[in-house]
Design a protein around this ligand. Sequence first.
Ligand code: MG
Length: 203
Amino acid sequence: MKIIGVGRNYVAHIAELKNEKPDAPVVFLKPDTALLRQNAPFYYPDYSKDIHFECELVLRINREGKHIKPEFAFKYCQEIGLGIDFTARDLQEKAKEKRLPWAISKGFDGSAPVSQFVPLSNFADNKNIGFHLLVNGQKRQEGNTSQMIWSFAEIISYVSTFFTLKVGDMIFTGTPAGVGPVQIGDRLEGFIETKKFLDFEVK
Ligand code: MG
């Protein structure tokens, strides 16, 4: 099982980090050891002082495929959940400065809490799915798939050009604006539409 991340897929988030709008999706990987399930707590690691939350919709692959055309994407992906793409922003900034890979800043242990998955068919229009994140009860991020630069189908198609997608693989589809640091003791609650998908603590 692999976890694929897409960066810079919401215009407002690109602006807040002062990044350039890319001409293709920015893709990175997290190892399976990044995964946290069933609302397990996130333990703040000692090698970073600036871990940021990035709340994202996560797709789950249900059928193996490669070179998937966008119009066939949903034959390969039928489930959606919610995740946090935890990012060690200080380590990522160092990597960006030195033009080094993001691997440790994005892929460290526990950096991918993921909810249960539900059928994509639960939603009338996958280009109009709302989601939001509360930190300690305060709304910090809010997004809608209508704001994505690349749609689910385009993301699946693009990443399958390079990586064969296998059953159980997960794709983080990018974060909207509002990312920020977490502190030990914070409680994160994530929702798709009005249904709670994530509820865990930072320890
Ligand atoms: Mg992200």
